[in-house]
Design a protein around this ligand. Structure first.
Ligand code: AMP
Length: 220
């Protein structure tokens, strides 16, 4: 199964990606996480991406596309994958579609998580992420058992630099302008499936499972 996750920042894509990973046994390819890893290692790619990320802007398409196509050619992605945060522009989607078509492994679905902007802003303002395993907590809705510490791996919880309200609103604007057109793009191709992303993570997980219950196995 080859899945793309769409939806504005704060829609819960990261949380649902992790649940799908457990449920389907497929790797998550999360471009934001890959970039943050490069930034923390101060690699050349990290230095290129950093200024865009800090301002809540998109990293240029050619850089992202190169990185993702390379990742998709790794052995663990050959039987399927969950793409979180990519594609985010029409040229990115076209590059992905062309590459997968050449390899005869087209996408299975694009899952779009719908959420109101104000709910998204509130979620992100309270978001804490484990610096080790990337699990996501929310100070209001899903606090960790011990403040500042991941329940599962004990890692330190951190706030993302781009989760302040001004940057979040900019990210939402960019989403509307650059990424929302992808809904039509995937709809035209019969791949779009919309999911109500408000409510608890468990509720959204159940809706997602229902939405993809007819999809075929990865190898087909
Ligand atoms: P995310 O964790 O998905 O919210 O991504 C964090 C940041 O990484 C974004 O605000 C962008 O600066 C950058 N980024 C992640 N994915 C992409 C992408 N597909 N295209 C361009 N920039 C991206």
């Amino acid at each position: 199964m080859r899945i793309v996750l769409l939806g504005p920042p704060g829609a819960g894509k990261g949380t649902q990606a992790r649940r799908l990973e457990e449920h389907l046994g497929l790797p998550i390819i999360a471009t934001g996480d890959i970039f943050r890893e490069h930034v923390s290692q101060d690699s050349e790619l990290g230095r290129e991406a950093r200024s865009y990320m800090d301002n809540g802007e998109l990293v240029p398409d050619d850089i992202v596309v190169r990185m993702v196509l390379d990742r998709l050619s790794q052995p663990d992605a050959l039987n399927g994958f969950i793409l979180d945060g990519f594609p985010r522009t029409v040229p990115q989607a076209q590059a992905l579609e062309n590459s997968l078509a050449e390899e005869g492994r087209p996408l299975s679905a694009a899952l779009k998580f719908n959420i109101d902007d104000e709910v998204a802003v509130k979620r992100l303002a309270n978001r804490w992420t484990c610096s080790n395993c990337r699990r996501i907590y929310n100070a209001e809705f899903k606090p960790p058992r011990t403040p500042g510490e991941c329940d599962v791996c004990g890692g330190v919880l951190i706030r993302r630099d781009d989760d302040d309200e001004v940057t979040v609103r900019r990210r939402l604007d960019i989403y509307r302008k650059e990424t929302e057109p992808l809904e039509f793009y995937f709809w035209e191709r019969g791949l779009l499936r919309e999911i109500d992303a408000e409510g608890s993570a468990d509720d959204v997980e159940a809706r997602t499972a229902e939405e993809i219950s007819d999809l075929k196995e990865p190898s087909s």
